[in-house]
Design a protein around this ligand. Structure first.
Ligand code: MG
Length: 419
């Protein structure tokens, strides 16, 4: 029996605002927000606790925030600095364990199962040292969720924010008292629409899900959300029980130059754009998913084509630069589609491949997201998680059910060319 893991999710409080407050000691006692001070319509990216106590909320308009809190100091974001500080904080965590995984710009997982003993064996003391180390080095206060799985560490972190010491622990033997009484929307991955679905099912707490037999929960989900909901039911049920075997993985992505996928096609089946675009979308989905897995965004999209009329064949590759790096399916798909349509001679296809290159760290991109791109990224990462846990057939686009789709077929290829 493997020993239980000790996983931490360490989150930086008001990250950008904390970095700015550390850089500007003259504002130490003033409410500080990060946003564009010249654009009243712009978004508040972060607010310090003092500003929050005066009604300033993240993602509100700068103008609104100034109305609520006229003494608010609004500081223009310095993305490069936040990335540098985030990487510095990673390095600090790596003093305490080599298993550190970035979850977002200001949240990282640490697996200290193997290293705790080297630091004296006292977990609260170790966590306190880490918090102090980060605070003294960067001026940023961190809150730490503790759990035997990543999902429990993540949910514990939400509760840690309200604790004076900034830590909270969820364990398999305290779930019934610490997690299950909580409202269902506090469960990971449950947003507004899902909350309403659960309410319609009579589910108001996390325990309402956990205490049900999985089979019964699936049936009730089906009645409310249709036949396709089994995978989701399983995901939520496991989450309510804190089941999440995924390991904390360190970056193994440094050498990657590009992410691509290709598919040989039976050319007589791919003669029309409407058939080809289905495959094109599937390839983009796979490319983007893999890029996100390694926390990459690409700036250049390439489409490589082999066409044939059965006698002669013709191959070419075309590429274009995106306005901003992306691993968002709809953005890459739109560009890849345009590229293909602009250069396709109309002959049937015997091979198609899509590649993104000029890769950058997606944490850099997250900092520049002012609109709903960040929400889209979050949604796509959520889908990735479900696919990682349940296989790539767990969620597929409706278009993949069309005859020309190859995603299902490819999902079954093991050790093949594409995996
Ligand atoms: Mg934070």
């Amino acid at each position: 029996m493997p020993r239980e893991r000790i996983i931490l999710l360490s989150d930086c409080q008001s990250f950008y605002a904390s970095v700015e407050k550390a850089a500007h000691p003259e504002y130490a006692d003033q409410p500080v927000a990060v946003g564009d001070p010249t654009r009243m319509n712009g978004i508040v990216l972060a607010a310090c606790p003092l500003a929050k106590s005066r009604g300033v909320t993240t993602a509100s308009r700068v103008g609104e925030a100034l109305t609520k809190c006229p003494e608010l100091v609004v500081i223009r974001p310095r993305m490069g600095t936040y990335i540098t500080v985030s990487l510095l904080i990673s390095e600090i965590y790596q003093v305490y364990t080599d298993l550190v995984e970035a979850f977002s710009i200001d949240e990282q997982f640490l697996d200290v199962t193997g290293s705790l003993r080297a630091f004296g064996g006292d977990l609260p003391e170790l966590i306190h040292s880490i918090q102090q180390h980060v605070l003294l080095s960067t001026g940023v206060w961190t809150r730490v969720g503790i759990g035997p799985s990543k999902i429990l560490a993540k949910m514990a972190n939400n509760f840690a924010k309200k604790q004076p010491g900034g830590t909270f622990r969820l364990d398999y033997d305290n779930l019934d008292t610490e997690l299950w009484p909580r409202p269902v929307h506090e469960m990971f991955m449950v947003a507004g629409r899902m909350t309403r679905n659960f309410y319609r099912m009579g589910i108001t707490t996390i325990g309402d899900i956990a205490r049900m037999e999985l089979g019964e929960f699936k049936q009730r989900m089906r009645r409310t959300m249709g036949k396709q909901s089994d995978i989701q039911a399983e995901y939520y049920w496991q989450t309510a029980h804190g089941i999440d075997p995924s390991p904390v993985v360190t970056g193994i992505r440094h050498q990657m130059k590009s992410v691509g996928h290709g598919k040989a096609l039976r050319w007589n089946l791919y003669t029309r754009l409407e058939e080809i675009e289905v495959v094109l979308l599937e390839l983009v989905i796979e490319v983007c998913q893999r890029a996100r897995k390694y926390r990459y965004m690409g700036s250049v999209v390439s489409v490589a084509v082999v066409e044939t009329d059965g006698n002669t064949s013709n191959s070419y590759s075309r590429q274009t630069t995106l306005p901003e790096p992306s691993a968002l399916t709809h953005e890459v798909a739109a560009v890849a589609y345009r590229l293909f349509v602009d250069h396709w001679t109309g002959m049937p296809l015997s091979r198609l491949s899509i590649t993104i290159s000029e890769l950058t760290d997606d944490r850099v991109m997250q900092l520049t997201l002012f609109d709903d791109r960040i929400r889209t990224l979050g949604r796509e990462q959520a889908i990735d998680q479900i696919k990682t846990r349940y296989g790539s057939q767990a969620l597929i686009r409706a278009s993949s059910l069309l005859e020309s789709a190859v995603a299902l077929e490819r999902a079954e290829q093991i050790g093949g060319h594409y995996k």
